[in-house]
Design a protein around this ligand. Structure first.
Ligand SMILES: [Zn+2]
Length: 391
């Protein structure tokens, strides 16, 4: 089983310079490969030469590098090798998504050029060049670099990716671990309701509310501000385009922080519960609070479900996805009656039938926990939009 472990690096100045240089070479190689790909593809369409491929481009680059790009030898060979594999994969993913039925905004985009200062500084190192000892990692020709925390898992290191966020450097290890070495869990089921303000509400266990991290909240507030400002700008103007770019970058940042937090959350859930019930991705369509909130919630849910699927799998647990018709937020978790007119603004669920009063999200998480029972008890049926029960 492969797991990822990400932590901060504490490099000295010389190592920082090396990281920046290796990232630069990685970016250069990617851009070279993409430009060649485009050129060769155009030629191929006009009847000259083969369709481009990552492997062929890598061979062409290697034949040139000694005379044309000798500085690539100053850093790990992977900085100028991995981009070809990554580009090939990016093209394959893009083409696969073109044909898929995924929502447009979740589809991979065509590989693009990486601009210095805009694209993330990052490079890859293959496992054969990585050595780890407690709280430090050894890089080829660079000696030991300190880690902010020791690596959690023991096992073979497949590879690592070093990347920069603002002025900090991080390393993400991909490792092979034995499934049985993972911590065991209690035997319980829980329902998890995902939201924007609090990331998740959990129906069982010690942690009932998983708050969104501060940086995420700040980024979301900033995004809303930018979005308001964008509406006042003239479409297509320089200011408009500039703001658009900043918004795109902020989206990326939000996605990154969210993915990180979701990893902590999915780790907690998969180690503490044998069954976790979450809601279907499509449910969010009804919760749409403007296009923006929807986009963010979708990406979060998509990523959360992806992580939960493989983590529950590793640990022998079950992930249940309530179907899209299950009205988890509209049912009373006390008596099971339904409130069809509940709006997003109602933060508290107040049941008129039994007087039950509860925080809306917590009520929803409890209903998710009861999903299987509710379904077999016929409290709702798939395809039922609630209108029959509204009376
Ligand atoms: Zn009730």
């Amino acid at each position: 089983m492969d797991v990822a472990f990400k932590t901060q690096l504490l490099p000295n100045n010389k190592q920082r310079t090396y990281f920046a240089k290796a990232s630069g070479i990685s970016r250069f190689t990617w851009n070279w490969a993409l430009a060649e790909w485009d050129r060769q593809y155009t030629m191929h369409k006009n009847g000259n030469g083969d369709r481009p491929s990552g492997m062929a481009l890598k061979r062409q680059f290697n034949a040139l590098k000694k005379s044309e790009f000798p500085w690539v030898y100053e850093v790990t060979k992977y900085a100028s090798q991995q981009p070809f594999i990554a580009l090939q994969r990016a093209f394959s993913d893009w083409m696969k998504d073109l044909k898929s039925s995924k929502p447009q905004h979740l589809k991979k985009r065509r590989p693009r050029f990486k601009k210095k200062g805009k694209a993330t500084d990052t490079f890859y190192v293959g496992g054969d060049q990585v050595k780890v000892d407690g709280r430090r990692v050894k890089l080829p020709n660079q000696g030991w670099v300190r880690l902010a925390e020791p690596i959690k898992y023991g096992g073979h290191i497949n590879n690592m990716t070093i990347s920069r966020q603002a002025d900090k450097w991080f390393v993400s290890f991909s490792m092979k671990v034995e499934v049985c070495s993972l911590p065991s869990k209690s035997q319980a089921r829980c329902g998890v309701d995902l939201g924007i303000k609090s990331l998740a509400t959990i129906s069982q266990g010690d942690i009932r509310e998983w708050k969104s991290p501060k940086p995420l909240q700040e980024a979301l507030r900033k995004l809303a501000r930018y979005q308001r400002r964008l509406m006042k700008k003239v479409k297509g103007s320089a200011g408009y385009r500039k703001l658009k770019t900043r918004i795109a970058r902020l989206h990326k940042r939000i996605a990154d922080i969210r993915a990180n937090t979701l990893h902590q959350l999915s780790c907690y859930l998969s180690t503490h519960f044998s069954e976790v019930v979450i809601e279907d991705l499509n449910v969010r369509g009804m919760m749409a609070n403007g296009k923006l909130a929807r986009h963010i919630a979708d990406v979060g849910l998509y990523e959360f479900r992806r992580q939960m699927t493989y983590k529950m799998d590793w640990r022998g647990g079950v992930l249940t996805v309530a179907d899209r018709w299950y009205p988890s937020s509209k049912l009373c978790s006390g008596c099971g009656s339904r409130k069809p007119d509940l709006t997003l603004a109602d933060r508290t669920y107040h049941c008129e039938a039994c007087g039950h009063k509860e925080c809306r999200d917590f009520n929803a998480s409890k209903n998710l926990e009861k999903f299987s029972t509710a379904r077999s008890a016929g409290i709702y049926a798939a395809g039922d939009d609630g209108s029959a029960l509204a009376a």
